[in-house]
Design a protein around this ligand. Sequence first.
Ligand SMILES: Nc1nc2c(ncn2[C@@H]2O[C@H](COP(=O)(O)OP(=O)(O)OP(=O)(O)O)[C@@H](O)[C@H]2O)c(=O)[nH]1
Ligand SMILES: [Mg+2]
Length: 1128
Amino acid sequence: MVLNSLDKMIQLQKNTANIRNICVLAHVDHGKTTLADCLISSNGIISSRLAGKLRYMDSREDEQIRGITMKSSAISLHYAKDSEEYLINLIDSPGHVDFSSEVSTAVRICDGCIIVVDAVEGVCPQTQAVLRQAWLENIRPVLVINKIDRLIVELKFTPQEAYSHLKNILEQINALTGTLFTSKVLEERAERDTESQVNPNSEQGEQVYDWSTGLEDTDDSHLYFSPEQGNVVFTSAIDGWGFGIEHFAKIYSKKIGIKKEVLLKTLWGDYYINMKAKKIMKVDQAKGKKPLFVQLILENIWSLYDAVLKKDKEKIDKIVTSLGLKIGVREARHSDPKVQINAICSQWLPISHAVLSMVCQKLPSPLDITAERVEKLLCTGSQTFDSLPLETQALKAAFMKCGSEDTAPVIIFVSKMFAVDAKALPQNKPRPLTQEEIAQRRERARQRHAEKLAAAQGQAPLEPTQDASALETSPQREEPRGDEQQVESMATNPVPQEGSNQESFIAFARVFSGVARRGEKIFVLGPKYSPIEFLQRVPLGFSAPPDDLPPVPHMACCTLENLYLLMGRELEDLEEVPPGNVLGIGGLQDFVLKSATLCSLPSCPPFIPLNFEATPIVRVAVEPKHPSEMPQLVKGMKLLNQADPCVQILIQETGEHVLITAGEVHLQRCLDDLKERFAKIHISVSEPIIPFRETITKPPKVDMVNEEIGKQQKVAVIHQTKEDQSKIPEGIQVDSDGLITMTTPNKLATLSVRAVPLPEEVTQILEENSDLIRSMELLTSSLNEGKNTQMIHQKTQEKIWEFKGKLEQHLTGRKWRNTVDQIWSFGPRKCGPNILVNKSEDFQNSVWIGPTGRSSKEASRYRDLGNSIVSGFQLATLSGPMCEEPLMGVCFVLEKWDLSKFEEQGASDKQNQEQIDLLGERQEEDKIHPSGEENQEVQGVCLEPFEKRTSPKGDSSITDCYGPFSGQLIATMKEACRYSLQVKPQRLMAAMYTCDIMATSDVLGRVYAVLSKREGRVLQEEMKEGTDMFIIKAVLPVAESFGFADEIRKRTSGLASPQLVFSHWEVIPSDPFWVPTTEEEYLHFGEKADSENQARKYMNAVRKRKGLYVEEKIVEHAEKQRTLSKNK
Ligand SMILES: Nc1nc2c(ncn2[C@@H]2O[C@H](COP(=O)(O)OP(=O)(O)OP(=O)(O)O)[C@@H](O)[C@H]2O)c(=O)[nH]1
Ligand SMILES: [Mg+2]
């Protein structure tokens, strides 16, 4: 087939009903890119011989070397079926977990997806993940079961066995779909129930809970994959063939004379054919009849493979002629059976036809977008369209219509930004000449040749008039002479010099409504943009040009500079893009960081953020080899951040530039990009920075040798705690049960704090609801500031009560009485998994209702000072005492908060007040200059700024929440929290990966050896049905995971490869500060107890990295070393 011209594509883009935006999703290595190759070759973009070998969509060098896809990329294909012509925008996605964010970016702009499953490996962890992602985004899937050839060649299955195996895979994947569906129906039902509960008149509210309601009356048959529905095809991408049962139903209905419809229903399933009676009957196992699928389809394929592999020339010829195929001589003689199979099968059962016709039939066009999907795309959890302004609601209709008329609003979603070399942009590339130009030039060349001939026949030779370089840059100048045809065939637009080695950013986007035109002005809406705010700020009917609009947060206005057709490795310039198409947009890099919504109307709500399955967890610090190149590094990191949907960059408090990635492979790719594309400098990379969390536990009941801690041993423990307490400075009271009482340096306030470990479930609930906590925090702060603009939506309110209910459910018992009501704040960063509980009687404040108690004036004073207490808590939870890592699962209880002295002071005259403040000032000064200066001198120095600060506020100096006293409160609270932790048994928490490994039984032992060496724990081991593969599910600390995948691969000679996904935090049971205290422990571990303590090892490593003091004995039993000096 010939390459489709750009004009053809432009024409196809206009017929929205025949556009299919699809992505290919699967577990790693199941053959997505190979399948994409086959589809691309059907359009003549690559040769069919190279299909499967080239992996055209893997355009990066490292993708080719490693053999895995790392980014999603799109290509537009043309497919003609019957009389219809279709445009298929195909997106190939990566299967490796590290790049799952790329899958999210692809899924968002598609309407359907092809799920590829390896026929041997079956359903794998990433298959489940991508299926879930497709569900969450409401896009429709079809199934491709790939690598059927492996069943024949590798597993040597008989057709019957292969059939059972395939049936099994289908069942597995349908079971998965079933669970997704059930959970969705149940969720919807729960939602309906809450609605009806709100409306007490409805009858449903009183219904007895019945889990099955809603399930029975919802038809779900169309959701499942089954060959008779036409949404499953069987393929071997590497051999270039594939089929759906429709293909065979057509053939056999003619051959056998049974209706096609009957065959369609019976070709898959336990039916057999009675050839004599020409009847199809149910399979009776006892009689050993073969199902139709085996008899009519698989056996034919098997016998073809058999003939080719056995090099049975005669049989091959017979098959080829009976199928009516024509095989090229070269292929027919080829010694490699794969080439022969490919040549025969790709004609007999062309894979592109099987897959693309299924895609066109079964997957929706952009016009079929459902109202449900529109709502999901535009409304975050608690919001619905009804709650938005009318102007915004009108946009829903535009979405559904997907219209291209001039009045239709333009709505585009940018799902990621990707970098291309500026030289590869169409406007900077040499432009191939048009047919006309070529003809003209040919004519000129002919003339010249004639002239030359004439000249040669008698006259003096003509001087060459032009040189090649002049031609190159000025193709339109007068007649070029000479035979520079090669040079002439390309006309170049000069590449701007400074842009020659620059990266250019292209937005990967889709038009959801209206026509995107080059040069048009458009609004760029950030994820936090609110149309409500816009409509409040801008008067109705405001019709100034977009540039003159008053500034609205998270909104900018830009021009669509360049529009591109994405063609895999190439880009093609477009003037306009009709709705429903995937496109690339140039010139947005200053406006869009990673993703954005573009709309011609500011009343559009932004699309909801993409949901990324992978959590960035692997951190490294980077620095340039030459310090002078720091600016390049910073610039490069910014570009990298823009070019990758999932990477995070930050500057740590220590000043290090840190890169946070999803895993080792992702890290490697980011570093390569940084070095070779974005920064172009040599960089040095630190060892991975592994995050930990700090927590406390209940005191242990047994000691390190599993002996119960009895009375006698307790003496030792108490002795030890006393020793510990001696480390706590004077002026701090410690109760025997761990209550810390501390006074601010100016002696005006006293705080009593206790730290208590939270139950594990509570920590988990806090983690799960961090978004909700954050929005609660926003609401409270806007209420405190007196703004009441944000109405609490009813659903949000419900969610808050539900969250509170869950906490109450788990915080029961005497110890936790009333705790939930007294929660004052969450930390760190006001949304973390630690809580501050306020049990002081004078002042009550809770996250649920805001401050109460006392008169309002005092309350406001307490509130201001209370903010300092909360800040102290936030600081304490951000970095713990063990190794300055964030805390997790700790509850700080503020038992007393004594401000009586402060109030006395407050009541006294202003003179007094000044001195208090000065005292505070001085103490702060003292901190900075520990040597200290004479009191009077300090007064002299401080008087001026002090007056400046207090004078405008008058008597409000007491409540000055930014005054020195509040600083002292923050510091005291922070210290009190830290000491309260230190008197409890402290523990480190390690980040854990879950790890799925598939391995054959013979390498199982080695996999276990590697796992146990790296402190991994096997959770589950299962044998995969029908194969000799085992699936092992294990957990592994992130700290031990570096090089794990490589080690497993090496030790098992590539037979097993793990997938690591961050799963949770786990307490490391050993105590990092442990020293032997009981007799048994002395006996067992010796006095020094120098056996490996994992927690201490981790803690010391972190402390060392952060430059903190590490208590380590470097030299033990030092003996004087004798140096044998030469000159004795
Ligand atoms: N036997 C056999 N091998 C196949 C088939 N399709 C693909 N492969 C092989 O499987 C390996 C992986 O193929 P890819 O197409 O790169 O897989 P992928 O799903 O794109 O992988 P990622 O992009 O890394 O997730 C390659 O070595 C292919 O040659 C097939 O039909 N049969
Ligand atoms: Mg791939």
